[in-house]
Design a protein around this ligand. Structure first.
Ligand SMILES: [Zn+2]
Length: 379
């Protein structure tokens, strides 16, 4: 048994001080320091924070690797790299590439899923297929030539590995596909890369979609007489992804989005292979991207993913809102875990859940990452 002392412990609805967090492979409980068992291994947080391991449901790449390359070693390198940013669970995210390339990428993730339960990296909870079932008018940085009409049977055939699938509901057969996927699998459907009206997006939710891909980006904007997908995202109970790098979305909107979404706000990175790498030229789903500072752009200036780290997203939202840190952290841990249906075992420091824990300093820089009770990273 291990215990962490000297920390501000971030729970879903509160920050607890002056207590100790007890765990083995699972979270055992929060006790007073006098109640720590004599044989427990004591870890000091040195006055920093103890938080649940972060959960990233939208990440394409890291350390020059890209999920769409279809290379298992590359996904492994990503998993090992992102634990340094406090991420302990992720959905490797594919782009709109050819169906053959997608099949290879799904196989690569599939081959690692079991091993990832206890390896030296973040756990693979499945894949987020961002495309190919999107609208060309809102393709963003996705490759137009590989866009397909929604194919529920393909998703259902891969339901063992696909956990979240982004679909443009207004495309031919979109609503039927969403219904069929929800009736025949546990795959969550996200509305994204879409030209849908407000009404069409709401219809997608009625058909079973529960999620919105990177709010504001690659979707119809908010107009007061034409509220678009953004309006539907803010007005509905759907889980709503936000890229809080301060570039994709103006930080002046963070508070409003958080107020609208509450525990349905999901911070993501949308990180590309340029994440964790120096500025320069990279690729995303086969297209050239140019990276400088926090910006990733295609040659024509289209925004193409990010180099955001999930703990940096937490810091950005904290800096631009008056939310308590535990609430911001929940948007990068419990909310995404719930969004993909694994909130019963991941995403918070509640008794009985997997002991996926991060220790940070007061600035939320990662000091230690613990997965299933084992220290897997130390700064
Ligand atoms: Zn993306």
């Amino acid at each position: 048994m291990k215990c962490i002392i000297g920390a501000k412990i971030l729970l879903p609805n509160a920050t607890v001080e002056g207590k100790a967090l007890l765990f083995d492979k699972k979270i055992i409980g929060i006790v007073s320091e006098e109640e720590i068992p004599a044989d427990a291994e004591v870890i000091s947080a040195d006055g920093g924070y103890v938080a649940p391991g972060l959960v990233d449901v939208h990440i394409h790449g890291y350390l020059n690797e890209d999920v769409s390359d279809g290379n298992a070693d590359g996904i492994r390198k990503m998993a090992e790299g992102i634990i340094k940013n406090g991420v302990t669970t992720f959905l490797p995210t594919t782009m709109t590439v050819s169906m053959d390339e997608l099949g290879v990428a799904l196989d690569a993730a599939r081959s690692l899923m079991e091993e990832s339960v206890s390896w030296n990296g973040a756990y693979i909870a499945g894949v987020h297929a961002e495309g190919p079932f999107i609208n060309e008018n809102k393709k963003g940085a996705q490759a137009a030539e590989h866009i397909k009409l929604p194919d529920a049977d393909w998703v259902i055939k891969n339901k063992d590995i696909i956990r979240l699938c982004t679909i443009a509901p207004e495309t031919e057969g979109g609503y039927e596909a969403i219904k069929k996927i929800r009736e025949n699998s546990d795959v969550r459907v996200s509305v994204g890369h879409t030209d849908a009206t407000f009404e069409e997006a709401m219809k997608a939710f009625e058909c079973g979609a529960t999620h919105i891909t990177h709010l504001f980006n690659a979707q119809t904007p908010l107009h007061h007489r034409k509220p678009g997908v953004v309006g539907a995202g803010l007005a509905s109970g759907a889980y709503t992804e936000l890229i809080a790098d301060t570039f994709h979305v103006h930080p002046g909107l963070f508070q409003m989005v958080a107020n609208c979404k509450g525990d349905k706000l999901v911070l993501i990175t949308d990180c590309t292979r340029a994440g964790g790498m120096p500025d320069g030229e990279y690729t995303l789903g086969g297209q050239k991207i140019f990276v400088k500072g926090i910006k990733c752009l295609l040659e024509d200036g289209t925004i193409a993913g990010s180099v955001l780290k999930l703990n940096e997203a937490v810091k950005n939202v904290k800096a631009h809102t008056d939310l308590p840190l535990h609430e911001v952290v929940a948007a990068a841990s419990l909310n995404p875990a719930n969004a993909i249906g694994i909130g019963d075992r991941k995403g918070s420091l509640e008794v009985g859940k997997d002991a996926d824990i991060i220790i940070t300093d007061v600035n939320f820089d990662i000091k230690k990452t613990i997965i299933q009770g084992e220290i897997r990273y130390e700064a």
